[in-house]
Design a binder for this molecule. Structure first.
Ligand code: GUN
Length: 322
């Protein structure tokens, strides 16, 4: 007869075999993004030496004053300054009309010193705004967010070398690369179909030769779909929605969520969590991104990468015109 203690030990060992004993390997976006930013700093330095003080130029256009947008924009401006990108923050009040926003976008389109323009989303406006019209007004060769129909269309057709890839999915691909797990032939599941994360993520994985399932709010059997994923990317915008028990053992799990849950133990009264329940996912995943410190810093690094790439394309075009 077993004592209660040894019985529970036997049960936990059995549970361990059915799931996993070791924890997931953490994929650090903070570390990877630092390497990307250092590489870009060198690239910009070379450009400056070769083209008499030339610097890539980036504009971040903000409508209104959302706290989360203010935070994201300040990390973009800080990263740009460190790399040597000339970054400018244009702030329009929430009272600005759609026409005024469009005029601002078109003025930046005309400025040859600016190689990248993003309109920070969501717009914080007192007026009804057509976000698609605004993002489509950004010149496709400055659209470093990759949100215009031209860039999104190229990506969806697999013309990856001829477009700007949206920053969050591009960062996710970089993190997947870090794991050493090859994407080709794998079953990838993307949760979410937004223009900024889910849809371009699906396209990227597809053109890197994964078999892709896209899940969304109407998907009926989400845990079952998730359980088939060798690679899972979650951009659902719902705190801790994906449970560890749903995962295939050893899966690569990339969490794009940034959500806040009430937490009285924190001075702020809240804590940041992803769309994946971290503690339970850690028991089954092979690789897992933390929140914070996972996808977030990679989004910023990829914006810098796209801006430097846009400046390089600009220099090539200018040279070929000579
Ligand atoms: N809001 C949250 N993430 C992003 C992003 O990557 N680009 C823009 N323009 N807005 C955002």
């Amino acid at each position: 007869m077993f004592s209660l203690a040894s019985r529970s030990l036997r049960l936990s060992v059995a549970g361990c075999q059915a799931s996993r004993c070791s924890l997931a390997t953490v994929i650090s976006g903070s570390k990877t993004s630092k390497l990307v930013r250092e590489r870009l700093k060198n690239d910009v330095e070379k450009m400056r030496n070769q083209f008499s003080g030339f610097r890539p130029g980036l504009v971040v256009l903000q409508v209104g004053d959302r706290d989360d947008s203010n935070l994201y924009i300040s990390s973009k401006l800080k990263a740009a300054a460190e790399i040597g990108i000339e970054a400018k923050h244009i702030r329009l009040p929430s009272s600005a009309t759609q026409e005024e926003v469009l005029q601002s976008v078109m003025a930046v389109n005309q400025n040859p010193a600016v190689h990248g323009l993003i309109v920070q989303l969501p717009l914080d406006s007192a007026h009804k705004m057509d976000t698609d019209l605004i993002t489509n007004t950004v010149s496709s060769d400055k659209d470093v967010d990759g949100l215009s129909c031209i860039n999104a269309g190229k990506l969806s057709r697999g013309d990856l070398s001829d477009c700007f890839i949206p920053c969050t999915p591009n960062g996710c691909m970089e993190l997947i690369r870090q794991t050493g797990v090859s994407v080709a032939g794998k079953h990838a599941v993307v949760i979410g179909r937004s223009k900024i994360v889910g849809a371009p993520m699906r396209d990227l994985l597809l053109w890197r030769h994964a078999t892709v399932t896209t899940c969304h709010s109407k998907t009926q059997d989400l845990p079952e779909q998730v359980g088939r994923a060798d690679i899972l990317v979650v951009g659902a915008g719902r705190a801790e929605m994906v449970r560890g028990e749903w995962l295939k053992v050893g899966a690569v799990v990339i969490d794009c969520g940034i959500n806040h849950l009430p937490d009285e133990t924190k001075a702020s009264g809240k804590r940041v969590v992803g769309d994946v329940h971290y503690a339970s996912a850690n028991q089954r995943a092979g690789f897992l991104t933390p929140v914070p410190g996972g996808v977030g810093p990679m989004t910023v690094a990829m914006l810098m990468e796209n801006t430097v790439q846009s400046a390089q394309r600009f220099l090539l075009r200018s040279q070929s015109l000579r």
